[in-house]
Ligand binder design. Structure first.
Ligand code: ZN
Length: 140
């Protein structure tokens, strides 16, 4: 992984075997980012994706192995219990150009991933919401 500050933003290049979510959080922690908008493209060889069932209030997680193009990754960084917290959704293209996607749990890069982070000056944290079962954004 390599990254650089570019004006107000941060650009990260991930290499083979880097994990996407943990790498972004590592940079945000190091750079003191409290909230940010995140987007990325690239490719992965392994991903864990989740789908949230709003009735059972449970995530179903599935692993996919193969050659997948990241056609879109978007999401945000906020705070959970004082630490940077990631919320990313990803859409992946298969070799037959069909796409699928979901809530990103883990993504192992191959061969590269290009991430743009736009920090936002905001005090945004996540707090557990009983109605939805999710940790929702809270603004101070
Ligand atoms: Zn999600």
């Amino acid at each position: 992984m390599e990254y650089a500050r570019a004006g107000h933003g941060i650009i990260i290049r991930l290499d083979e075997d880097d994990e996407i979510a943990s790498s972004i959080l590592k940079v945000c922690k190091k750079e003191g980012v409290k909230a940010a908008s995140v987007s990325a493209i690239g490719a992965v060889k392994s991903v864990d994706l989740s789908h949230y069932d709003s009735v059972t209030k449970e995530y179903t997680t599935k692993n996919f192995e193969g050659m997948f193009e990241i056609t879109s990754l978007s999401g945000n960084v906020s705070r959970l219990d004082g630490e940077p917290a990631a919320h990313f959704h990803i859409t992946l293209g298969k070799t037959d150009l069909e796409v699928f996607g979901g809530h990103l749990v883990k993504g192992i890069v191959n061969p590269t991933c290009e991430i743009f982070i736009m920090p936002i000056e905001a005090d945004v944290s996540r707090v557990k919401d009983e109605k939805t079962g999710l940790s929702l954004l809270r603004f101070k």
